[in-house]
Design a protein around this ligand. Structure first.
Ligand SMILES: Nc1ncnc2c1ncn2[C@@H]1O[C@H](COP(=O)(O)OP(=O)(O)OP(=O)(O)O)[C@@H](O)[C@H]1O
Ligand SMILES: Cc1ncc(CO)c(N)n1
Length: 276
């Protein structure tokens, strides 16, 4: 991106009709961080704060055509993937990402919704590893996803570090092991760049309103990369963004409510700060 251009980010993900996760969370986050958002839809989900009531995937052809429409006219400065659902959609996405040479790829390896509904078919995990991970700048697994990727059980800190090393060996330049699912007073994320570990942590908030935290966090990282931040800078902003979004919850719905995508920008403007 040159300084005169608007930063553009693309999300390749599923729709959450409830608006808290998926494409909707990604586009809201891009917008809040001052980045022009584009979207390639992989599936519609019938979903609310109570759970997932239905999953309706698009064909791989429909995904490939959307990617071509972007690639033939609009070059994203950063790209993220979320719910990809099936092996053939992953193949189409990996093929088009490689074809257009898109950089700054963030993979959120979405597998299961918080209520337990599968968002990735079991037989697609191997395709995700083989076809998509080698193109990634960053992958952001939560602990259950990291367990599926590595076949390990992740209870101890040293095992989480070993899992990060193994996922790094699958191809991404960097791995962020997210700590939302771990216990303890801190929500601690671990960034591994193939050499060293960097810890990003914040006080854990006790709330039901954590629907879409992973989507929002990886979208905020993607927005930062699109604007030309370093990886560490993008993760730092994303951590502040998700912390504010969980803290200032909206009280929407009667189940696991969405996070507050306005919160980070509101706080920045109240403090007289510029957006980073
Ligand atoms: N209760 C919490 N308090 C503070 N931070 C949290 C909390 N839960 C999650 N986070 C942070 O939110 C980000 C996303 O992590 P998480 O592990 O929840 O992702 P996820 O399980 O993929 O989310 P989802 O599947 O709902 O999209 C991480 O930075 C994590 O540390
Ligand atoms: C569409 C969609 N993508 C991702 C998630 C994971 O939070 C979800 N619940 N729904």
């Amino acid at each position: 991106m040159t300084t005169t251009e608007t930063a553009k980010a693309l999300t390749i993900a599923g729709s959450d009709s409830g608006g808290g996760a998926g494409i909707q969370a990604d586009l809201k986050t891009f917008q809040e961080l001052g980045v022009y958002g584009m979207s390639v839809l992989t599936a519609a989900t019938a979903q609310n704060t109570l759970g997932v009531q239905g999953v309706f995937p698009l064909t791989a052809e429909a995904v490939a055509r959307q990617l071509d429409s972007i690639g033939q006219d609009l070059t994203p400065d950063a790209v993220k993937t979320g719910m990809l659902f099936s092996a053939d959609i992953i193949e189409a996405a990996a093929d088009r990402i490689a074809h257009y040479g898109w950089r700054n790829l963030v993979i959120d390896p979405v597998m299961v919704a918080k209520g337990g509904a599968p968002l990735l078919k079991g037989d697609a995990v191997v395709t995700l590893i083989r076809n998509l991970l080698p193109h990634a700048l960053i992958i952001t697994p939560n602990l259950p996803e990291a367990e599926i990727l590595t076949g390990m059980k992740l209870f101890k800190a040293q095992d989480i570090r070993e899992a990060a090393r193994r996922i790094h060996a699958m191809g991404p330049d960097m791995v962020i092991m997210k700590g939302g699912h771990a216990g303890g007073d801190l929500a601690r994320d671990l960034l591994y760049d193939g050499t060293a570990f960097t810890v990003f942590e914040s006080p854990r908030i006790h709330t039901m309103a954590t629907h879409g935290t992973g989507c929002t966090y990886s979208a905020a990282i993607t927005a930062g990369l699109a604007k030309g931040l370093t990886t560490t800078g993008a993760v730092r902003v994303a951590k502040d963004f998700i912390q504010a979004a969980i803290e200032d919850s909206l009280g929407i719905g009667s189940g696991h409510g969405p996070t507050n995508h306005f919160a980070y920008r509101r706080r920045r403007s109240q403090n007289g700060g510029e957006l980073t």
